[in-house]
Design a protein around this ligand. Structure first.
Ligand code: URA
Length: 262
């Protein structure tokens, strides 16, 4: 394909480039197929009129509907994990080493929903274990909370919108978020936390279905599936913008106060 063709929409060009970079990251060194393709061959003849109804192509799969059905059928977190593993429509899965499901205590009062695994999370199969994850642990330790705390009131349960790492940690596409959203919604229902923390822009956008900026809505009490949900600044953002740690601290204190008065 001529990527520089004036007819190629820019979005396609960027998607094709991201896909190529992903292949290179996976170790591809040759841009060839297993079998030769004759690009001069005549295009296949259109089907004869009347033949269409006999040989109608199968309807294209609807990944969102399939994700909704799989998620709804899961009655436990183990079943949800298995359902996500069986979901075949998200290409991120092909480039990921692990399905990153969750960490911490599923019965914790607070459930944190982040964005997506990065390189370290993909390698270890757990959310928030890289540099941003270490900052997240320190942030919550400052208000006495820990993902493995024996006391449920101090424990955390952690997951992400996406269970598979996007190539080069790029933002998830609208389609990817839409097809994986049913799984995270079911995850919230099954874990049934008292309070949700929506960690960062992608998490807030996906679960609150809003396009409002995270710096505007952080610290505000919103609602997701009938549960209180507080958007917060993502620790990766705080690593890049240390001055914003003041705001994050204010939000942590607000969360702590909510847990005390609840
Ligand atoms: N950032 C996230 O949003 N989630 C992770 O698991 C790691 C980094």
């Amino acid at each position: 394909m001529d990527m520089t063709s004036p007819q190629t929409p820019m979005a396609d060009w960027h998607m094709a480039r991201a896909a190529l970079e992903w292949q290179v990251e996976l170790g591809a060194t040759e841009a060839i197929c297993d079998a030769p393709i004759n690009r001069y061959a005549a295009p296949p003849k259109p089907a004869a009129p009347g033949a269409a109804h006999m040989d109608a192509p199968a309807p294209a799969p609807d990944p969102v509907a399939e994700a909704q059905a799989l998620a709804a059928a899961a009655q436990t977190l183990e079943e949800l994990h298995a359902a996500m593993d069986a979901f075949a429509h998200c290409e991120l899965k092909l480039g990921a080493r692990n399905l990153v499901f969750s960490d911490g205590r599923a019965d914790a009062r607070v459930m944190i929903v982040g964005e997506a695994p990065g390189r370290d999370e993909d390698r270890l199969g757990k959310p928030f274990v890289g540099e941003a994850g270490q900052l997240l642990d320190r942030m919550f330790a400052a208000i006495g909370m820990d993902r493995h705390a024996p006391d449920l009131a101090r424990a955390l349960y952690i997951t992400n919108i996406l269970p598979w790492r996007p190539p080069q940690n790029r933002d998830p596409s609208v389609d990817e978020r839409a097809m994986l959203r049913p799984f995270v919604l079911r995850h919230i229902v099954l874990a049934a936390p008292d309070i949700l923390v929506l960690m960062g822009r992608i998490s807030a956008m996906t679960l609150l279905e809003t396009s409002e900026g995270i710096t505007r809505i952080r610290g505000q009490l919103r609602e997701c599936l009938g549960r209180p949900a507080m958007p917060m600044l993502h620790p990766a953002y705080l690593l890049r913008n240390p001055a914003a740690k003041r705001d994050a601290w204010a939000d942590l204190l607000a969360l702590q106060a909510m847990l005390r008065t609840d």
